[in-house]
Design a protein around this ligand. Structure first.
Ligand code: FES
Length: 115
């Protein structure tokens, strides 16, 4: 991991129990989630099932329910909760003074490099 961080928004910019999307030029977007305890998580905005937009889902606890077929995805790992299977890419995220930072190298990596 690079230790180079990019400020993407403040925690207050993310709706509680919702998400905000960070656009990338050539890669799928990154979804940044905030739960009721103000914990912040970042995942690729693509459900491991059929690519649904996780950023449109509802956060509960440390999971998000995919809006398409209601799979539950663990926000900390990006993995589907059993009996469903599969994981989406997770991103390193850091919160400092209410600012949310993502790892620059992960943001710029192509899907293959990050896998
Ligand atoms: S695409 Fe997410 S549950 Fe089907």
């Amino acid at each position: 991991m690079s230790n180079q961080w990019k400020a993407v928004c403040s925690v207050a910019d993310i709706p509680v129990l919702g998400a905000r999307v960070v656009k990338r030029a050539t890669q799928p977007d990154v979804a940044i989630f905030r739960n009721s305890e103000d914990a912040v998580f970042a995942l690729l905005d693509r459900c491991p099932h059929r690519g649904g937009p996780l950023s449109q889902g509802i956060v509960f606890g440390e999971r998000v329910a995919c809006p398409l077929h209601n799979w539950s995805i663990e926000l900390g790992s990006g993995c589907a909760v059993a009996p469903d299977e599969g994981c989406t890419q997770k991103f390193s995220v850091k919160v400092e003074d209410g600012q949310v930072y993502l790892d620059v190298a992960e943001l710029n990596a192509t899907v293959d490099e990050a896998a």
